[in-house]
Design a protein. Sequence first.
Length: 16
Amino acid sequence: MEIDDFPSHIIEEIKK
């Protein structure tokens, strides 16, 4: 994965 402090689910939420 990438940064543990920035999960993928967070990106999907902010991408909205």
